[in-house]
Design a protein around this ligand. Sequence first.
Ligand SMILES: [Mn+2]
Length: 195
Amino acid sequence: MVRKSSISRTTKETDIQLQFAIDGEGKAELDTGVPFLTHMLDLFTKHGQFDLQVKAKGDIDIDDHHTTEDIGICLGQALREALGDKKGIKRYGNAFVPMDEALAQVVIDLSNRPHFEFRGEFPSQKVGTFDVELVHEFLWKLALEARMNLHVIVHYGRNTHHMIEAVFKALGRALDEATMIDPRIKGVPSTKGML
Ligand SMILES: [Mn+2]
C-alpha cells in the first residue's frame, strides 16, 4: 500500500493543492506565499521523512491567517486520507526536540478522536512578518482534520523562531513514529478493534 494522498481545496480566501506521502524521503516542494510557514513545513517534512508538495494562493494581502489555517486543514485531510485503515501503525508518537536554547515536545495519538492541547508561551508576537498566534491556528486545524490527538508543549526558550522551529521538528518526528508500520502489530492497534 502506498500511503499518500492529494488534496485540492478552493474557497474565496485560498486555493490550495497539496500532495503528501507518509513514507517519503524528506523532500518538500513548497510555494505557500508565507515564507515562515514554508520554512516550518520544510523542517517538518525533512524530520518526519515525509514528502510534501504545497501550492497555495491565498489572500495574504490581508494577512497570513487564511492561508496558514487552510494549509493546516489540507495537511490534516491529506494525513487522514494517506493513513487509510491504519492497519499495523504504531499509533502513538512522542518527540522532544531542542533548538539551541529552546526545547519542545510533541505527543501524538492517531486516535480518530480530534483533540489539541498546547502549553507554552512565546516571547514575541511576530517572527518577521508572521503572526505567532497562527502557529496555534495551524496546529489545531491540523489535529482536527487529521482526527488526531495532538499535544504540543514548549518547555522553554528565549527566541520565538527557535521555539517554533523546535515544535515543527518535533511534530515531524512524533508523526513519523506514530505513522510507522510495526510488523508485530496485526490489524489496528486498538482493543476496540478500530480507530
Ligand atoms: Mn530557522
